[in-house]
Design a protein around this ligand. Structure first.
Ligand code: 1PR
Length: 523
């Protein structure tokens, strides 16, 4: 029996699912006594160090946790569950961690994008039972902006490289903790979890050692989901956002089944976009929550969900906050949420007033769950102009002239699934959202969506150059070469596609095979 410490934030559902998949029972600690009574304790965590410590104090978990850990009883910390073991974190100065290990969590100050999101390797420093059956060249899923710096090198179990070398797991006696998320790291992560659960695994050092680990470029399958005209929830796909064919909503399959297929085929992440979320409120549109719950039972890579994340008042006058919607999504198995229309409205207000209110969905959700959990989905389209001075937006000189030979364009933001253009450009939106606390940009492109013409590389690099957070390139993939182009001609961290995967024109496996040796990927 595994006792799971749920301090109320983040995606504990996927940890429970991953452990249960291994045939083990999970009991969620409901009070301090459950911690002391645990046979094996798992402390998963995403989010913000400060809010975690506040909750641990509030629930009176600090003392029992220290007692448990000082007695060297079996413990696995994940991500924030690793940071909690140290004295403090730069994420919340002045607040004390558990102090089981001397040292601090530091913020990344590096050239590459922060948060560090995606699949990276490990360099093993000591033998461990966690590595039974691990070859050594596997990649694991990371998502964090802070890393621990132990005062005692002897506790370092693995290092990982991301501009700098950082500690990606620790081990001392029965206390184990990883910066990466085994529950989101596919089959390799399942092995790590199973090795923690089964105490009698061999203590080994993996055979393969690398001198330096590399973050893989991610390939993401995207499922645009909505109810069709019969009320069934289907995966659909538009051409430049028009999802109807001969008047009916295109039906390309069932969301859970397709997500499972993409997981098996090697998708590094899966994104669900509830494309009518701007008009149907997600908490009334419960099937999406059911889709997440079901998917997270068998799909052990990160799940992002978008659509309808905003404040809402229902017909009975009951008010829901965007945070409440996000809470439901996280508790149903989402690792990240994606905000579309609301992000544009928030950014417009922020740019107009110059004030951060602290109340917007982006700010509230990133404060509790951490900025790595907040993706902003942008739906831009090109607007051609004659000169850079023609508008007050970020204008680029383009290699793809407009219909009247225009050599300049800007990228206009839209809301409500592309239905409404706004007086805001994609670059300014991305920068404003980063300042407000977004951790990643999902950059769609209405002009390219469903066209198979390839990604809009100009749009992508323009936005990427403007922000320090990771960017997901989306829209237009039509063949394997398009993925090579987006990774070699821009600096984005990941590429997303939909139509070619749904129609089985180009399976994910083929994309990965083609990129092997050309681009760092998770094989
Ligand atoms: O505005 O917060 O409720 O979120 C709604 C979300 O739904 C947004 O993320 C928005 O991008 C998305 N959305 C709204 N309407 C549509 C539509 O298609 N009519 N889908 C839509 C956007 C774009 C991509 C697509 C790629 C790859 N879909 O996600 O999957 O373009 O497609 P391709 O590889 O076939 O070219 P809110």
């Amino acid at each position: 029996m595994i006792t799971l410490l749920d301090y109320g934030a983040g995606n504990v559902r996927s940890v429970i699912n991953a452990i249960e998949k291994l045939g083990e029972t999970v009991r969620v600690a409901e009070g301090p006594r459950d911690i002391l009574a645990a046979e094996k304790l798992v402390f998963p965590g995403v989010g913000n160090f400060g809010s975690m410590i506040h909750i641990l104090n509030q629930k009176q978990y600090m003392d029992p946790l220290q007692t448990y850990l000082k007695a060297d009883r079996p413990f696995l910390g994940i991500c924030l569950g690793l940071h909690a073991l140290f004295e403090a974190s730069e994420e919340a100065p002045g607040l004390k961690g558990l102090g089981i290990f001397k040292g601090h969590a530091r913020k990344f100050h590096i050239q590459q994008s922060v948060p560090h999101i995606g699949w990276n390797g490990i360099r093993v420093k000591q033998p461990s039972r966690l590595f039974d059956g691990i070859k050594g060249d596997e990649k694991f899923y990371f998502v964090h902006s802070y890393y621990v710096e132990p005062a005692d090198d002897g506790v370092v179990l693995t290092f990982t490289d991301y501009d700098i070398e950082f500690t990606s797991s620790i081990q001392r006696g029965n206390i184990l903790a990883t910066q990466f998320h085994p529950e989101k790291s596919g089959a390799s992560g399942q092995k790590i979890l199973s090795n923690f659960i089964q105490e009698h695994r061999q203590v080994v050092v993996p055979k393969i050692h690398s001198n330096k680990t590399k973050l893989a470029k991610r390939i993401i399958a995207c499922l645009d989901v909505r109810a069709n005209d019969h009320g069934d929830l289907v995966v659909t796909k538009g051409d430049q956002y028009d999802v109807r064919e001969d008047g009916a909503v295109r039906n390309l399959g069932k969301p859970v089944e397709l997500a499972q297929r993409y997981y098996q085929e090697g998708s590094d992440e899966i994104t669900f976009l509830n494309i009518t979320g701007f008009r149907d409120f997600p908490l009334e549109d419960m099937p999406m929550l059911a889709v997440l719950r079901q998917t997270s039972k068998t799909v052990f890579v990160p799940l992002t969900i978008g659509g309808g994340i905003r404040d809402y008042t229902d017909k009975n006058g009951r008010h829901y906050t965007a945070l409440a919607v996000a809470n439901e999504y996280f508790r149903s198995g989402a690792d990240k949420i994606s905000i579309g229309s609301d992000a544009v409205i928030i950014a417009e207000q922020y740019l107009q007033t110059g004030q951060m209110t602290g109340q917007s969905s982006i700010e509230q959700i990133s404060r509790i769950y951490g900025n790595q959990a907040v993706v902003v989905s942008i739906d831009p389209r090109r607007v051609y102009v004659d000169s850079p001075q023609a508008v007050r937006h970020k204008v680029i000189s383009t290699q793809l002239p407009g219909p009247n030979g225009e050599k300049f364009c800007w990228f206009q933001c839209t809301i409500k699934g592309g239905r409404e253009g706004r007086d805001l450009d994609a670059v300014t939106l991305a920068q404003a959202c980063e300042q407000l606390g977004a951790g990643e940009i999902l950059l769609n492109c209405i002009d390219r969506d469903g066209t198979n013409m390839g990604f809009d590389l100009e749009l992508i690099q323009t936005v990427k150059d403007a922000v320090g957070i990771p960017v997901i390139a989306s829209s237009g993939a039509g063949c394997v070469e398009h993925f090579q182009a987006v990774f070699q001609e821009t600096t984005v961290e990941s590429a997303l596609a939909a139509g070619i995967f749904h129609r089985r024109e180009v399976p994910i496996i083929d994309v990965k095979k083609f990129l092997q040796g050309k681009v760092e990927i998770r094989s």
